[in-house]
Every structure is written in structure tokens, then in C-alpha cells.
Write a new protein. Structure first.
Length: 96
């Protein structure tokens, strides 16, 4: 396995440990069907690690971000945009 994979694993372990210590919500595996969701004022910070599937987020200004298995990203509190799951999607999520 390459160095980037191991760095992601260590970072993911750190995020989970920090969330557990702070009693934040952790969803170790969330399955979602394809479809789009609009967010008007995202209610919390959300760390997302993609296990399976593909997702595109589109910010209010039209900026697109594509994520695939092995990618991690954060949706910040107050975010406005569209979350478009192109395929069945499986994630690890930490909310804070």
C-alpha cells in the first residue's frame, strides 16, 4: 500500500478518537442511494471518508468537487450547495 493510504488511515483514526473524546456523532458506515440533496445552511461540520461510490458537491458559487473511494473531505457548518451522489455511496462520517 502506498504512503498516502497509510497517512489517510492515521488521520482517520485521529479524527475518530477526537470525535469519541468530544462525544461527537460518528457514523462508521452510512449507505446512501444515488440522488441529489440541496443544503441551504448545513447545520454542522461533517468529516466524510468515502468507502465506495462517487459524489460531487457543488458550492453555491458553482465550484464542483468530485470525490471517489479513498477521498476525504469536510462539509463546513453553514455550507450552501448540492450534494450529488452519482452511484450507491458508502462513507464514514464524523459530525461535530
Amino acid at each position: 500500500m502506498d504512503q498516502r493510504f497509510w497517512k489517510r488511515c492515521v488521520r482517520l483514526q485521529e479524527m475518530i478518537a477526537a470525535a469519541q473524546a468530544g462525544h461527537d456523532e460518528i457514523s462508521l458506515s452510512r449507505n446512501s442511494e444515488p440522488g441529489a440533496l440541496k443544503a441551504g445552511n448545513y447545520p454542522l461540520d461533517e468529516f466524510v471518508y468515502v468507502l465506495e461510490g462517487d459524489v460531487v458537491t457543488v458550492d453555491a458559487d458553482g465550484t464542483r468537487h468530485e470525490f471517489h473511494p479513498g477521498d476525504a473531505f469536510v462539509i463546513p457548518k453553514g455550507w450552501v450547495g448540492i450534494w450529488d451522489m452519482k452511484t450507491p455511496f458508502k462513507t464514514i462520517i464524523v459530525n461535530s
